[in-house]
Write a protein that binds this ligand. Structure first.
Ligand code: NAP
Ligand code: ZN
Length: 333
């Protein structure tokens, strides 16, 4: 079966119409006919081969919602006609210690939707049934699509690093990930500060759940917020002034990096004084994805989106690059 899609043929090139032969559906695979696909900044990193892992032609897209249109002979977890979502991960070995513990995102043979095969800027996509999720009824498809990557990426650190409602939280970068983080951490009961390079986002950041908004380009900002935070989540793909943020942590505080920023340099004294931790987190496991979707449905958490027809994918990607989308671009078919 031929699948119509949009692909880049080489780094930094524009997306062009493209079709590929999908072959036979594997016994454990689900085929999704896509209705919506969010544009994550990771799609831009992949299109540009920023991480050296891209294979061309490359069909980006890993925040996918659609309807199950075919199932392999051994599939038991999905049925035709069901509304489902698929995120960054589409496969894993399912036998290693991490997969057996339900932490498939840590599997060494982890497969990514737009890397291992073609992604969601397309009419259809396929994935192992384990990575295909039912979407709660009260979530709309267009606002739920970004939950499949951005949502789980900011939610999972709550579980991994034991974030509690009494904590003071900082969120660096109020884009696709960051604007969902404001909502999740506020819904959890935390006090939340938005750290942004865009003062124009202040009003909306407060509406989304921030208690405080800090323009990081205002050099006086540091003084007021020193030693205040239990947990800071960095979503920025831009320069991360790690020393500044370590100084904003209380003793035992942690800064968790999820945004793929350029390399950081740290003086060890900043870590030693006050038992500070720098940690990272990659997407989330399948159980936590289900929990995150449920939490979003119960707490009315929804991405603020701008929709674009899939045929305008180049225009939409440029808008994400320019930081002009409030707050997630979602392609529709
Ligand atoms: P996005 O929608 O483009 O938002 C990024 C935000 O970071 C911007 O809105 C901006 O917020 C801030 N920013 C500051 N300096 C920037 C710069 N030089 N370039 C771009 N943004 C800058 O991106 P996203 O989809 O949220 O993704 C953010 C990062 O997370 C990317 O690196 C992506 O690859 C990564 N990611 C990681 C995982 C994981 O598993 N760890 C999963 C998904 C995405 P302000 O205007 O508020 O400053
Ligand atoms: Zn992503």
């Amino acid at each position: 079966m031929k699948i119509k899609a949009y692909a880049v043929q080489a780094p930094k090139e524009k997306l062009l119409p493209f079709s590929y032969e999908a072959g036979e559906l594997l016994a454990d695979e689900v085929e999704i006919t896509i209705s919506h696909c969010g544009i994550c900044h990771s799609d831009l990193h992949l299109m540009d081969n920023d991480w050296g892992i891209s294979k061309y032609p490359l069909v980006p897209g890993h925040e996918i919602i659609g309807e199950v249109s075919a199932v392999g002979t051994k599939v038991t977890l999905a049925s035709i006609g069901q509304r489902v979502g698929l995120g960054w991960q589409c496969g894993a070995c399912l036998r290693c210690e991490w997969c057996l513990q339900g932490q498939e995102n840590l599997c060494q043979q982890h497969q990514a939707t737009a890397v291992a095969h073609h992604g969601g800027f397309a009419e259809k996509v396929r994935a192992h049934e384990r990575f295909v999720f039912t979407i709660p009824e009260n979530l709309s498809s267009e606002t739920a699509a970004p939950l499949l990557c951005a949502g789980i990426t900011v939610y999972s650190p709550i579980k991994i690093y034991n974030v509690k409602p009494h904590m003071r939280i900082g969120i660096i970068g109020i884009g696709g990930l960051g604007h969902l983080a404001l909502q999740f951490y506020r819904a959890l009961g935390c006090e939340v500060t938005a750290f942004s390079t865009s003062p124009v986002k202040e009003k909306e950041a407060m509406e989304l759940g921030a208690n405080f908004f800090v323009d990081v380009q205002d050099s006086a900002f540091m003084k007021n917020y020193t030693s205040r935070y239990d947990f800071i989540l960095s979503t920025t793909p831009g320069y991360l002034d790690i020393e500044h943020y370590l100084n904003l942590l209380r003793p035992n505080g942690k800064i968790c990096i999820v945004g793929v920023a350029p390399p950081i340099k740290v003086s060890v004294g900043t870590l030693i004084n006050g038992n500070k931790t720098i940690c990272g987190s990659g997407i989330g496991d399948t159980q936590t994805i289900r929990e995150m979707l449920d939490f979003a449905a119960k707490n009315n958490i929804a991405a603020r989106i701008k929709t674009f027809p899939m045929s305008d994918a180049n225009f939409a990607c440029d808008a994400v690059r320019n930081n002009s989308v409030r707050y997630r671009a979602v392609l529709t078919r």
